[in-house]
Design a protein around this ligand. Structure first.
Ligand SMILES: [Zn+2]
Length: 230
């Protein structure tokens, strides 16, 4: 059995409705969650997994594509409730997830804060506070670009720096599926760079999106935007 299941996590921030798409990779020995939502999202993710007919208590690993709060916000909660779950991330991204290096997104937000007009400062500060509230978690398994894990019959770690320096995407070979993380988002049925204005290294982000488009894949699962078929 090899399965790739896309979750639809719908939520509201104020009046804005939004949806994110964590993914479950499942085979005979693994049940891996790829990215785990904002802080406080564990219960809704558990519920979404259950709705798909799976038992979330059987999760073996959580892979984090990068250290942004919408991808790792609930990681500490999962690790605390299910200590046997192994946390997987790239070697470059691990220090930011573990908190031994300061979140680059927080550094960026704090630098931006200096430049904001007075009326936007409260919003900027609230965003910084959200980023500061993300709890660090130790990474158990560090991976690198080109590593091939035995998950689902062969899952390649694709280094896709740009959005953050250690960002990774996944290529599930047997199924020709790429899980993009934020290396690409789906907008108007096009794969595009996520929030270019907040991308830490736009040159690398452009190289990374070209890299994943160059794979022999027919399905791209975007955390923001959902499933793209070509
Ligand atoms: Zn994101």
């Amino acid at each position: 059995m090899e399965d790739v299941i896309v979750l639809n996590i719908k939520f509201k921030f104020g009046d804005t409705e939004d949806v994110i798409h964590p993914v479950i990779l499942r085979d005979d020995s693994e049940m891996i969650l790829v990215d785990c939502g904002y802080t406080g999202f564990m219960p809704v993710i558990e519920e979404a997994i259950k709705k798909e007919g799976m038992d979330y208590r059987k999760l073996t690993k959580i892979l984090i594509t990068h250290h942004d709060h919408d991808h790792m916000g609930s990681l500490a909660d999962f690790k605390q409730k299910y200590p046997n779950i192994k946390i997987v991330a790239s070697e470059i991204e691990a220090p930011y997830i573990e908190g031994s290096k300061k979140s680059l997104r927080l550094e960026q937000a704090e630098a931006l804060q200096e430049t904001l007009d007075e009326d936007k400062k409260a919003f900027g500060k609230a965003f910084c506070d959200i980023l500061k509230s993300v709890k660090p978690v130790k990474v158990d398994i560090k991976v690198n670009d080109g590593d091939v894990m035995d998950w689902c019959g062969g899952c390649e770690i694709v280094g896709t720096p740009g959005h953050t320096p250690g960002h990774i995407s996944l290529f599930i070979r047997n199924k020709k599926i790429i899980i993009t993380g934020d290396a690409a988002v789906l907008e108007n049925n096009l794969l595009v760079i996520a929030n270019p204005q907040f991308t830490l290294d736009l040159d690398n982000a452009e190289k990374s999106i070209s890299k994943i488009k160059g794979y022999d894949a027919d399905t791209y699962i975007c955390y923001h935007g959902g499933v793209y078929k070509r």
